[in-house]
Design a protein around this ligand. Structure first.
Ligand code: SAH
Length: 392
């Protein structure tokens, strides 16, 4: 190639890349030569030596996201290979017929700024950075050629896009408006709305944890799903024979849970309430549950928000432990990237002490296997899910 937009990075940025990270922050950029927003650029060090090729963003604090350290062209066939590699992993783990899966997990699949979720024969796509946004049509073409979806929906209403100077929008990119998609989780059928649902339509990262929670439940046991959205955990626990109460603040989500319960001929006790108030009242009233799931939204959206968030997590975990019967199970989740698994464990211990309970850690889980974390990029792993049991 005769001419190529080029970005020179600092020594420190190079060290970070060598440790496995893919990002270079704007403060580590020394020189930008003729790069336009969303370009693929050549990355060089202070001596001008080739470091790799990366997506360039003119707006974000994250100026570069590395694509390769090889001196290879980044073209259509490059992206096709990356996509095929990601699809191959899902095929091996979940088979051809898996209906609800994350097919591309951004940096975790070495496709920075691109998310592709499959809900039945509908694909829900996020192009979160300038470079993937500019190449939308290429990604849609590659996806259509491989998967022949009925529709491709874009869910570019994710707030992170504003850091890139991109507008927030969602809609149907290919095919007709798809309505809802039916997906199967274990022995439960769910209806997902890729255009109108939260995130890309649902919480795929919790799919395997829904099943794991269901497996804990014995017939007739009292179960509680707090922050239940459309009932992902609640329905699995009901299918296992549990008597399930689900608490959720969004009436729309509760409506969807109600419909899903009816379609699956399951009974749920659905409560529209603020979980904090509900948990407090239930513990004052002396209610008891055998299996409790806590799956709150990210309370800590930034580092600065962490101290307050930790108080929130502590409060709900304390209440849950007070409500837990002897020998009962607590599945407690946090999707705050800024909070570590160690911090979650620490606050559960502190809540257990306050509640006068002893608790054993049975399993540490995270997002499903279709959300692979890239070692060296901690941002690709955010979901913690601990399976605990009350032992006294
Ligand atoms: N457990 C769900 C996902 C939960 S996402 C699943 O596996 O599919 C978090 C949910 O918490 C959202 O549906 C949101 O509407 C709800 N929520 C947020 N704040 C709440 C509050 N204070 N009380 C109850 N629900 C709340």
């Amino acid at each position: 190639m005769s001419f190529e937009p080029t970005v020179e990075i600092s020594r420190w940025a190079l060290t970070r890349l060598e440790r496995g990270h893919l990002w270079v922050y704007s403060s580590d950029v020394k020189r930008v030569e003729s790069a336009s927003p969303g370009d693929v650029v050549k990355v060089v060090d202070g001596r001008g030596w080739f470091v790799g090729r990366a997506f360039y963003s003119a707006e974000s604090q994250i100026t570069l996201r590395m694509l390769t350290r090889e001196d290879e062209p980044v073209d259509e066939s490059f992206f096709a290979r990356r996509l095929d590699f990601a699809l191959d992993m899902r095929r091996r783990l979940f088979g051809e017929s898996a209906l609800a899966l994350r097919l591309v997990h951004g940096e975790g699949d070495l496709l920075p700024g691109l998310i592709v979720d499959r809900y039945g024969d509908v694909l829900s796509v996020q192009t979160l950075i300038q470079a993937t946004d500019r190449r939308k049509d290429l990604f849609f073409d590659l996806l259509e050629a491989r998967l022949s979806p009925r529709a491709v929906v874009v869910r570019n209403d994710a707030k992170v896009r504003s850091h890139e100077g991109l507008v927030l929008e969602s809609g149907v990119a290919r095919g007709k408006p798809p309505g809802t998609s039916s997906i199967v989780e274990g022995n439960v059928t769910l209806h997902v709305d890729p255009v109108g649902g939260q995130k890309t339509g649902g919480f795929l990262d919790q799919r395997e944890n829904h099943l794991a929670a269901g497996a804990l439940v014995g017939k007739g046991e009292r179960c509680l799903d707090v922050f239940s959205y459309s009932g992902g955990f609640a329905l699995q626990m009901a299918r296992a024979g549990g008597r399930v109460t689900a608490v959720e603040i969004s009436e729309k989500a509760v409506g969807e849970a109600e419909k899903a319960a009816a379609d699956n001929e399951l009974e749920l006790d659905l409560v529209v309430a603020n979980a904090f108030d509900w948990l407090k009242a239930a513990s004052v009233d002396g209610h008891r549950f055998d299996v409790i799931v806590l799956d709150p939204p990210a309370f800590a959206r930034s580092k600065a928000a962490l101290p307050n968030a930790l108080r929130g997590y502590k409060e709900i975990n304390l209440r849950a432990l007070q409500l837990l019967s002897a020998g009962g199970w607590l599945v407690t989740c946090s999707c705050s990237y800024h909070m570590s698994e160690e911090q979650l464990l620490e606050l559960v211990l502190s809540a257990a002490q306050d509640a006068g309970r002893k608790v054993q850690l049975v399993e540490r889980r995270g997002a499903g296997r279709d959300h692979p974390a890239l070692l060296g990029v901690p941002e690709t792993s955010y979901l913690k899910c601990l399976v605990l049991r009350r032992v006294d």
